[in-house]
Ligand binder design. Structure first.
Ligand SMILES: [Zn+2]
Length: 149
């Protein structure tokens, strides 16, 4: 638990739409595309290298289930996974997180800056791009949680 970390924030964790022992899936507060979600560890971990072999296995197997779920809900046959670790790689929140983004034909214009959008999308100070209101965020999270098996 790290008080200054947005992903350790209790509201985020209570709005998880899916969870397993050590990990949760949350909808992104500023999705760059519909369905854009994050898989994060429940505890404050910065790096993939801090996870044990068993945890790594749980992390990816849970992420795969979440991906298949999101592609079904958002009627998509394609997805992106992005994991940024370290400042140079664009990690903006120092709590391990995997972006899962269902993709559709023509959903992003040629030359759009994917990295910048990803960084902005989880920046708690971000007031602009696609930021959902608290109500919208809650509504989407509850809907997804109701559909999760
Ligand atoms: Zn944290």
């Amino acid at each position: 638990m790290n008080n200054s970390c947005p992903f350790c924030n209790i509201d985020n964790q209570s709005l998880a739409f899916a969870s397993v022992s050590e990990f949760i899936a949350i909808y992104n507060i500023s999705p760059i595309l519909p369905g854009h979600s994050l898989v994060i560890p429940k505890k404050h971990i910065t790096s993939l290298f801090e996870l044990s072999e068993d945890e790594i296995s749980d992390f990816f197997s849970f992420a795969r289930r979440v991906t298949s779920f999101l592609c079904e809900v958002y009627e998509s046959d394609a997805y992106d996974w992005t994991l940024q670790e370290g400042t140079e790689a664009g990690q903006s929140v120092e709590h391990l997180h995997l972006h899962i983004i269902p993709r559709k034909p023509g959903d992003m214009k040629e030359g759009e800056d994917w990295y910048a959008q990803l960084q902005q999308s989880i920046d708690p100070q971000n007031k602009e791009r696609n930021k959902l209101s608290e109500n919208e965020y809650r509504e989407i999270s509850l809907r997804l949680s109701g559909l999760w098996k």
